[in-house]
Design a protein around this ligand. Sequence first.
Ligand code: NAD
Length: 497
Amino acid sequence: MTQQKHVMSQSQETGLRDSISSKFWGLQISGQLVPGSEGASFPVFDPADTLKIADVADATIADGLAAISAAEAAADDWSRTAPRKRSDILMRCWQLMTERAEWLAQLISMENGKALPDARGEVAYAAEFFRWYAEEGVRVLGEVGHAPGGANRILVQHRPIGISVLVTPWNFPAAMATRKIAPALAAGCTCVLKPAAETPLTALAIGEIMTEAGVPAGVVNIVTTTRAGDVVGAMLQDPRVRKLSFTGSTQVGRVLLRQAADQVISCSMELGGNAPFVVMDDADLDLVIPQAMLAKMRNGGEACTAANRFIVQRGIHDAFVERIGKAMAAIKVGRGLDADVECGPLVNPASVAKVRGLVDDALGKGARLVSQAALPDSDGWYYAPTVLADIPRDARIWSEEIFGPVVAVTAFDTEDEAIGLANETEYGLISYVFSGDLGRALRIGERIESGMVAVNRGLASDPAAPFGGMKQSGLGREGSHHGLMEYVEPQYFAVSW
Ligand code: NAD
């Protein structure tokens, strides 16, 4: 995973810390950075040493509603701005973000903990949403046709859906924000972003870039808060809001869907996953193992797309377990900013406790511990990369999202059995299928209920592809043209001409 070495000297790291802690991290409302109306702030921590790195304004309900007012004031002008002009601004966002990629990657690594190569990958991916939607925003075409009875023409145009509330998680603090903001703006919508309280700095840094790139005041507003339920809840009760795009857990998604029902707000939901990683006997382990590591260990396992259940055919199972055991045990765990580190700390102590609980539960129910990597001598929120085999089906790790560096393996015999196991979950975000026979892999993939299927690959995310889940993994898609269409609604004109 680590390709580019990067060693930060002590003074460089102190410089980074100083530049972060000395900045004013206010709410972004109407193009201004402002303190919360109560003047309160909350701390952001570095998960690698648990020390505070910054204080951020803590928004109240009144601040959330002020952000909606700012989005409302900017809405008319932005929706009437020529698509090419909006596109040029988004392209400038991509350029600026790309120019500042290294600083942003360091910021992400410091507030989220992820290893720097993962953070660099995230910044490139995140910036790409600006470029993709700069290109896509000038291609929103309508329709024209004859009514079958011949009385009139049917003319359809796509209008911006309106003020959009965007709620994002901490695991990809840059990409989850741009994956929503870029299509919203390309469609002509103004928005309020509510990032996760663990990682608000990246969102605010992107907001700063967008202001510099020429995004007009009020088009993107950013509200950081420790009172997510109250602030988002109040925004969803406001009839001016027409769209909610949420990425986070299925549990919170369900709550927000209920709240959005009151004002009949359109919802896009990118929720949790429990991805099966199916390996058939005829797969080539030289290909499978590095791809399995990628599918599991990107972001230290803190990804909704992370392979959760490794379902391996019996003939290849023991060799797979042995090789993945060695690969996971060899991972270098440590501070994300340090050279050669492949796996950083988890984002907070609750995450460590959750992963530990899942592993202990599985071991208590009869799973076998295959290997565990070494941990750094540190106060950080670390969990050692771990491989478990013989997972019992009543173990919580089988049905719950791990969100950490743990490989859980189970064996199967027949193709039908593999498909049954893969589908034995309320989730349906992504699945991975490996076979030396492409037709067989596609045949299996077609029968798995997931919005995305990665065939003989450990990575599927791409701004040009529709990202999203079936079943309780979500509603709607992000990325690609589909992602833009989540922010428009058709308006039909019956015309006699
Ligand atoms: P989370 O659901 O706890 O929080 C997500 C966001 O919702 C945060 O901004 C949080 O502050 C906010 N929030 C929490 N409670 C809220 C409430 N009652 N009302 C309004 N907002 C509330 O999720 P998380 O722990 O930040 O992220 C991890 C989860 O996100 C995992 O389940 C993961 O699978 C999912 N995720 C999904 C995708 C996807 O595209 N499908 C991508 C990344 C992460």
